[in-house]
Structures are given as structure tokens and as C-alpha cells.
Design a protein. Structure first.
Length: 78
């Protein structure tokens, strides 16, 4: 089997065979990763008041210098 065949198998996935477990393709493996990234993005952006970002903002709000530092960090990471 050539390298291009190996690449195609990795991309599309391989069905199970006797003694060998099935391997999902690239798209099937990326789907859960995209979901996890979406969850992280939700937590890192101000939104409904329940994200981690909102909690940090509320916690440091009494200290303006800390609030400015967290806002600067958020702007540079976007």
C-alpha cells in the first residue's frame, strides 16, 4: 500500500476487520474537537453572565486596575 493510500485511509477512516478495530476518519475525529472549542469560546467571552469570563470580570470589578488588565488580555487574544 502506498503513502497516498495510507493518507486516504486516514482521511476517510477504515472499517473494522477481524482482529483490528475500526478507525474513524479525520472529519469524524474533528467533530468533537470543534464542539470542545465552541465550549471554550463560550467560557472565554462575556455573554450571559454565567461564563468564566463574566465571573472573572465580576470578581475583579472592585479593583479597576485588575479589570483593565483582564480587558487588555482579552483584546490581545482575539
Amino acid at each position: 500500500m502506498g503513502r497516498m493510500d495510507d493518507l486516504a485511509d486516514d482521511w476517510q477512516g477504515v472499517d473494522a476487520s477481524p482482529g483490528v478495530a475500526a478507525r474513524p476518519g479525520v472529519m469524524a475525529r474533528l467533530d468533537p474537537v470543534e464542539g470542545r472549542v465552541g465550549t471554550l469560546e463560550h467560557e472565554l467571552r462575556p455573554n450571559s453572565g454565567r461564563s468564566l469570563r463574566d465571573v472573572v470580570t465580576a470578581t475583579v470589578a472592585p479593583e479597576p486596575s485588575l479589570l483593565a488588565a483582564t480587558n487588555d488580555t482579552a483584546r490581545t487574544s482575539e
